[in-house]
Structures are given as C-alpha cells and as structure tokens.
Design a protein around this ligand. Structure first.
Ligand SMILES: CC(C)(COP(=O)(O)OP(=O)(O)OC[C@H]1O[C@@H](n2cnc3c(N)ncnc32)[C@H](O)[C@@H]1OP(=O)(O)O)[C@@H](O)C(=O)NCCC(=O)NCCS
Length: 184
C-alpha cells in the first residue's frame, strides 16, 4: 500500500534535482488549487488548450475521488486529480457510451497542472503512475483521459505512458478533445 504524504526527488534533463512532497488534498486546500489552476490557465494563453474545471467539481472530487497536491517548501506547485470508478456524469465513459457496469471499472484522469517554474521534472508522468496505482487498488480495469489537440506536452506524456487515442470529438461546450484509453 502506497502511503501519503511522500517525498520524492526528481531531476531535470540538466541534472538539476528537486525534492517534492506529494499528499492527498483536503477541503482546506481548495482555494490554493483554484489559484494554481487560474495561474496555469492564464500562462497557457490559449483557452482552446485547457478548460477550467469548476470549483464545485474539484470540491466534490476532494471528497469522493483522488486529488493530490505537490509541494515545495509548503507551496502548492502542482496538482492532479482522478475521478474514481463511480457512476457519474463526470465519468468519461459516459462520453463514449459505456454502460454503468463498465463505468464502475473505469477511472477518468481529469487534471494535471504543473507551475511553469517546476516543469521538466516529469511530474505529469509521475501523476499518471500514482493515479493508476490508486485505480488498480480501487478495482478499476481501464483509464480514460481527454486532451486538447495541440496540447503537445500533455499528449506526448500520455502516449509515452501507454495511452492510445480512441476518438476525437467535441466535448466541454463544443471544444474538441482527443479521448485516450489504457487498459490497466
Ligand atoms: C502538461 C504539463 C502538466 C506537463 O508538465 P511536466 O510534467 O512538468 O512536463 P515534462 O516534465 O514532461 O516536460 C518535458 C519537457 O517539456 C517542457 N514542457 C512541459 N510543459 C511545457 C509547456 N506547457 N510549455 C513549454 N514547455 C513545456 C519541459 O520544460 C521539459 O523540457 P526539457 O525536456 O527541455 O527539460 C504542464 O505543461 C502543464 O501544467 N500544462 C498546462 C496544463 C495542462 O495542459 N495540463 C494537461 C491537461 S489536464
């Protein structure tokens, strides 16, 4: 069983090392998460590449799903979230017509955000691995993720983690997204 919080040391290509503390988020972290999401969204500068996840959804996921914060000197510098294998309109299986019994074995990788100051340490790929570990523990058999065409860094990380594009279509108020899937 993987225990949180945990501290992990990661390196950039340049050799620069950094310690990160990763822990499950609580309701007390919600405003920091919203602030980080807003900052990253504004830095992207292209609203087609990232759709803001509303506060009420992140709040629900803190209570019902998997939300992990990553900290450097007590500052939230990265965040990731996965919707559990539960029956919900938020389960990405609903985007591709999964019946409830398949939704019950399918997790949805919803958010990964890394403050630009801390990119290049491979945090997104680490977040994929740690969410997959939780998904397997929860009895899930597959994972889905959506990515905007043009979000090349994110797409490369998910493809390198074994995800495959199964469909590309309008989601999120008409914004087009690739839907990627991996058998766990
Ligand atoms: C996608 C994201 C989480 C990846 O961050 P990360 O895990 O730190 O990225 P990686 O470690 O894989 O970075 C690999 C390389 O790409 C670069 N890179 C990563 N994201 C980048 C970005 N958005 N813009 C420019 N360069 C980026 C890194 O600096 C690194 O460069 P290097 O190889 O020269 O050192 C991050 O770019 C991000 O927060 N993007 C905005 C939110 C988003 O789109 N999330 C995904 C959908 S929820």
């Amino acid at each position: 069983m993987c225990e949180y919080p945990k501290t992990i040391t990661l390196s950039r290509k340049s050799g620069q090392k950094q310690d990160f503390l990763i822990r499950r988020c609580t309701e007390a972290d919600l405003s920091d998460i919203m602030e980080l999401q807003q900052k990253v969204y504004e830095d992207i500068g292209n609203p087609d590449l990232y759709a803001i996840v509303p506060e009420e959804n992140i709040h629900e996921s803190i209570l019902e799903d998997y939300c992990f914060g990553t900290y450097v000197n007590d500052r939230l510098i990265a965040f990731t979230m996965m919707i559990a294998n539960r029956i919900s309109y938020r389960n990405y299986g609903t985007y591709i017509g999964y019946p409830e019994e398949r939704q019950a074995r399918c997790v949805s990788m919803e958010i990964s955000l890394v403050d630009d100051e801390f990119r290049g340490y491979g945090l997104q790929k680490l977040f994929v691995t740690l969410r997959e570990e939780e998904a397997l523990r929860a009895g899930a058999a597959e994972a889905l993720v959506t990515i905007a065409p043009g979000n090349d860094y994110s797409l490369a990380n998910l493809i390198n983690s074994g995800y495959k594009i199964i469909e590309t279509k309008p989601l999120y108020e008409g914004a087009v997204r690739h839907i990627l899937r991996k058998q766990l």
